[in-house]
Design a protein around this ligand. Structure first.
Ligand code: NAD
Length: 294
């Protein structure tokens, strides 16, 4: 059935996600602070509202896709008092677990159903409608969100109660950051030992060193033709976004007293790399830092 959807945050991810909802026959009213985002969303068939309040006032569901926790709490606080009773709130931004739980509290105070539903798959996945959604919230809220999320993604996983989606996202991306650094260190060491990159790839990709950072996203050009290393490290997944997610993982680890020494080290390395001006490159470009040539 066609729904009325308010969509706040029409940037690199939110724009194409909203476009997929339009294509599926939903009536989408969108709002963003940036004129460029509004213009491209309008071209994709999104009805542009003059404010967030205007976008959500008759909505069956609202999706937010914003930079960070502070933006989400500000927007949800404002819209919670404006949406009709029974509206479902979906936040797909990547934010800290603490803010995600506060957002659920805002919704609960108005008896609105809510889910945290961050994504993996990047801008390519957002455009193709192949994102993975990691969802936190009650079973009832999940059941209502699932059909809409299926329009924007190909996998929707109910991870648990409030905040569980964000928890799954930062744990996954902590594995990714650590494993990428590990793969880059191995290539940098192999080079100094006179080992060819292809030989290391052929062995590790079929041995116990096998992982996504190696076989889908190989940080040296050649072995995996589709990896950003073959395209001068254009993202892909920007190093600055990896740093953001590693910092969220560290904040969460500190809050609950979890021991994550390699996550902390990966955050330090990406912070150094970003500080040297490489934040806009793909995160696999960190091999340059580890080679000591950047
Ligand atoms: P983006 O900066 O392109 O888009 C964010 C949009 O939010 C911007 O257009 C901005 O103008 C808008 N915005 C900010 N405050 C607003 C407000 N108060 N009201 C209305 N609009 C507002 O960022 P993005 O790449 O689309 O990422 C969005 C979220 O998705 C982030 O949390 C990011 O970490 C996460 N994410 C991004 C990727 C990726 O590859 N880009 C992948 C997975 C998750």
């Amino acid at each position: 059935a066609s729904s009325k959807i308010g969509f706040i945050g029409l940037g690199n991810m939110g724009g194409p996600m909203a476009a997929n909802l339009v294509k599926a026959g939903h009536e989408v009213r969108g709002f963003d602070l940036s004129q460029a985002s509004l213009d491209s969303a309008r071209a994709d068939g999104v009805t542009i509202a003059s404010s967030a309040a205007e976008a959500v006032k008759e909505a069956d569901a609202v999706v937010t896709m914003l930079p960070a926790g502070a933006h989400v709490l500000k927007v949800w606080s404002e819209l919670a008092s404006l949406v009709p009773d029974g509206t479902l709130l979906i936040d797909s931004s990547t934010i800290d677990v603490d803010s995600a739980r506060k957002a659920h509290d805002i919704a609960a105070a108005r008896k609105l159903a809510a889910v945290d539903a961050p994504v993996s798959g990047g801008v390519g996945g957002a455009k193709a409608g192949t994102l993975t959604f990691m969802v936190g919230g009650t079973g009832e809220a999940f059941a209502r969100a699932e059909p809409l999320l299926n329009v924007m993604g190909k996998r929707v996983v109910h991870c648990g109660t409030a905040g569980a989606g964000q928890a799954a996202k930062i744990c996954n991306n902590m594995i990714l950051g650590i494993s990428m650094v590990g793969v880059c260190e191995a290539f940098a060491l192999g080079e100094k030992l006179g080992l060819s990159q292809q030989a290391l790839y052929d062995v590790a990709s079929t041995s116990s060193g096998q992982c996504w950072s190696l076989t889908s996203y190989c940080p040296v050009p050649g072995p995996v033709p589709t990896s950003p290393a073959n395209n001068d490290y254009k993202p892909g997944f920007a190093a600055a976004l990896m740093l953001k997610d590693l910092k969220l993982a560290q904040a969460a680890a500190n809050a609950v007293g979890a021991n994550t020494p390699l996550g902390a080290e990966a955050a330090q390395l990406y912070s150094l790399f970003d500080g040297l001006g490489h934040g806009i490159e793909d995160f696999s470009a960190i091999i340059r830092l580890l080679r000591g040539k950047h």
